[in-house]
Structures are given as structure tokens and as C-alpha cells.
Design a protein around this ligand. Structure first.
Ligand code: NAD
Ligand code: DAU
Length: 335
């Protein structure tokens, strides 16, 4: 038996990843270590926590005693835990710095001391900053523009340094905009699906011509699985969906699949520091045998279906004090 600790495993991508690992590796024990912030939810692990090889431990990656306790005897660590929403990082960056930078440092230190055999840092394409043309390769400079992406860049660079300096076998993935089941309804796709279901306006920032590379969560998880097992220590791997779309294209597709009118589109003030375009070259990952399996339009239709059939799940999140407070603060003075 091998033990894998998945931090942030009660969040969107982490919970999909835990479900994948529990199903594919009968000789792995999985410990989900998660603080259950507003973004973490045990409902995301429904079914999988019944598996006797999966255990949940509530805890904070910034707490070195708790981290050392949970990592003792672990073979692998996959670090998803982060504050992950750019808009919240603009309103209130503190938690981004403490979790995404310091928390990653605490995990790396403990992993090094306890002899962890493999550490995967889940990073993001946002560390490259806005890419006006062409596509980012892993050796490009890091030029983050938001407190979120800067904090993720801090974690990404620290992780690499632990491999170079101390020989901790670290691998890094830099994934693009991910969508699919269990994504918190603060993010573009679930926010717009859930607003459209309720005939509420869809707030498009600026001119809506910003470009993102959309990646289905199953494809993101298969890439992390592959890099964890086959990636070269010290290396970073881009993970993109081969699906560059403008935000307004995505918005119109969503409205069409829900049979809702485009009059629900409402252009609002732009996000400060808004990156215009991300685009990834994923040749390095493809060379070790990965490619995205989902066609964007199909993945989006499946995702719309999931949100239509799981309204209790997202309504709970949208009705929470945390979401209401964020929404009020974000739009105060920005309409
Ligand atoms: P998410 O916000 O849905 O989940 C984050 C999880 O981390 C939550 O369960 C939360 O409770 C937990 N967490 C937060 N702070 C913690 C702390 N101090 N200690 C322990 N747990 C803590 O995020 P997501 O969208 O699933 O993203 C997961 C990871 O993937 C993040 O590192 C993010 O930067 C990265 N990423 C996300 C995307 C995307 O499009 N969603 C794309 C590329 C990379
Ligand atoms: O690129 C990877 C990143 O993708 C991850 O690292 C982040 O964790 C994840 O949140 C995501 O960041 P984005 O800022 O790109 O995602 P978000 O869903 O917040 O926004 C997607 C695009 O849609 C972006 O250009 C901003 C725009 N947008 C977003 C919201 C919430 C709107 O126009 N209106 C909105 O209400």
C-alpha cells in the first residue's frame, strides 16, 4: 500500500482527482487534508469517502504541526490547497499569500524532512501573465498580474527550488481554466449557468473578448495523474484544453444550451488587472502520452446538465453568507 495525501481535496479539482485515484489505484490509500474554507465542501466527496481506503482530515496547510502529523508515512503529496479566485484576491489578498505561498512552503519543508517520494504542486497558466499572441512554453518567464497569480507563482517557484536545492522529487503542473462538476458557482461557467437558470443577468467583464483555454476537469485530473507518476523531477508541465474561446463566445454557448435569451448578457466594469489572453503549448506533456479527451462544446453541454440536476448543491453555495458578502463587496461601486 502507498499513501497519497491530497491537500485541498474537498475543492473542485481536488475532489474530482480523489474520485479518480480511489477508482484507479486499489493499492493506494488517500488522505484528503482540507481546511473546508468557503470553497471546500464534503458533499464534493459524496460516495468516495465511503471507500475504506479514503480518509478525510480537516486541517490547514499553514499549520506545520498538523501538516507533519498528516504527512508522516506518506509516499506522495498532491497540493491542490489554495485560495483560487482572482476576484477575491483583488478584494482581500491576505489569505492568498498565507495559503498559496506560506502553506506551500510548510508542505515542502515537511515533505523534505519526512522523506516524501513525490510532491506534485498544482500550479496555473496564470503564472505566465497575459500572452498577447502565441502560446506559453514551460521555460517562458513568469509574469503574474494579480495577487492570486503572484501567490501561485510564489508556490510554483518555491516547489521547484526544493527539488534543485534539497533533491525533493517535485513536479509541477500549470493548468488552464478548468470547468466541470463541483466547481464553485463564483467562477465564470457555473456562475453564468446558475444565473441563467434563474433568469438573472450574466455579468460579462469589460468587452468580453478576453481569451481563456478551457480544460475539462477530467482532462486536468488525468494530466496530474500522469505527471505525478511519469514526470521528471524539477520539471513543470503545461496542461491546456486546446480550446481557446473568448468569454463572450462561452457566454453565448451557455445561453444557447439552456435555451435562454442573449438579453440576459450584461456588460459590467472590467476586473482590475484583467489578463487579456492565456494560451498554452502542451507539447511537453503530449510527449509523455497525454492529450485532452473532451471536446469543449460537449464538455460544456455535460456541465450544463450537471448544474441543472444538482441545483441543491450550487444553491447552498450561492445562498451562503460568504458568497453574499463577496458579491456585495465586489459590485459595490463597480456597476
Ligand atoms: P477550489 O477553490 O475549488 O478548492 C480549493 C480547496 O483548498 C478547498 O477545498 C479549500 O477548502 C482548500 N483550502 C484552501 N485553503 C486551505 C488551507 N489553508 N489549508 C487546507 N486546505 C485549504 O480550487 P480549485 O479550482 O479546485 O483549484 C485547485 C487548485 O488548482 C488550486 O491550487 C488552483 O490554484 C489550481 N488551478 C485551478 C484551476 C481552475 O481553473 N479551477 C486551473 C489551474 C490551476
Ligand atoms: O487560468 C487558470 C485559472 O482559471 C485558475 O488558476 C483559477 O484558479 C481559476 O479561477 C481561473 O481563473 P480566471 O480568472 O480565468 O477564472 P474566472 O472563472 O474567474 O473567470 C474566467 C473569465 O471570465 C475571466 O476572463 C474573467 C471573466 N468573468 C468572470 C466572472 C466571475 C466575467 O466576465 N464575469 C464574471 O462574473
Amino acid at each position: 500500500m502507498k499513501t497519497m495525501v491530497v491537500t485541498g481535496g474537498a475543492g473542485f479539482i481536488g475532489s474530482n482527482f480523489v474520485r479518480r485515484i480511489a477508482g484507479r489505484y486499489p493499492d493506494y490509500r488517500v488522505i484528503v487534508f482540507d481546511l473546508l474554507t468557503y470553497a471546500g465542501n464534503l458533499d464534493n466527496l459524496a460516495g468516495v469517502l465511503d471507500n475504506e481506503r479514503v480518509r478525510f482530515v480537516k486541517g490547514d496547510i499553514r499549520d506545520s504541526a498538523a501538516v507533519r502529523e498528516v504527512l508522516r508515512g506518506a509516499n506522495m503529496v498532491v497540493n491542490f490547497a489554495a485560495e483560487s479566485f482572482v476576484d477575491r484576491s483583488i478584494l482581500d489578498p491576505d489569505g492568498f499569500i498565507t495559503t498559496d505561498v506560506l502553506g506551500t512552503f510548510v508542505l515542502l519543508q515537511a515533505s523534505r524532512e519526512l522523506g516524501v517520494e513525490r510532491f506534485l504542486q498544482v500550479s496555473t497558466d496564470e503564472v505566465y501573465g497575459s500572452v498577447e499572441e502565441g502560446s506559453s512554453v514551460e521555460t517562458d518567464g513568469i509574469l503574474p498580474n494579480s495577487p492570486y497569480s503572484a501567490s501561485k507563482a510564489g508556490g510554483d517557484l518555491l516547489a521547484r527550488s526544493y527539488c534543485i536545492t534539497y533533491g525533493l522529487p517535485v513536479v509541477i503542473t500549470r493548468g488552464s481554466n478548468t470547468y466541470g462538476p463541483y466547481q464553485h458557482p463564483e467562477k465564470l461557467i457555473p456562475l453564468f449557468i446558475s444565473n441563467a437558470i434563474d433568469d438573472k443577468p450574466l455579468p460579462v467583464y469589460g468587452d468580453g473578448l478576453q481569451v481563456r483555454d478551457w480544460l475539462h476537469v477530467d482532462d486536468h485530473c488525468s494530466a496530474i495523474d500522469l505527471v505525478l507518476h511519469e514526470g521528471v523531477p524539477g520539471e513543470a508541465y503545461n496542461v491546456g484544453g486546446d480550446s481557446n474561446r473568448t468569454n463572450i463566445e462561452v457566454t453565448k454557448l451557455l445561453l444557447k444550451s439552456l435555451n435562454k435569451p442573449e438579453s440576459l448578457i450584461k456588460y459590467v466594469a472590467d476586473r482590475p488587472g484583467h489578463d487579456r489572453r492565456y494560451s498554452l503549448n502542451c507539447d511537453k506533456l503530449k510527449a509523455i502520452g497525454w492529450k485532452p479527451a473532451k471536446v469543449f462544446e460537449e464538455g460544456l453541454r455535460d456541465t450544463v446538465e450537471w448544474y441543472l440536476h444538482n441545483q441543491n448543491w450550487w444553491r447552498k453555495a450561492k445562498d451562503s453568507d460568504s458568497y453574499r458578502e463577496f458579491d456585495k463587496a465586489w459590485y459595490a461601486g463597480r456597476k
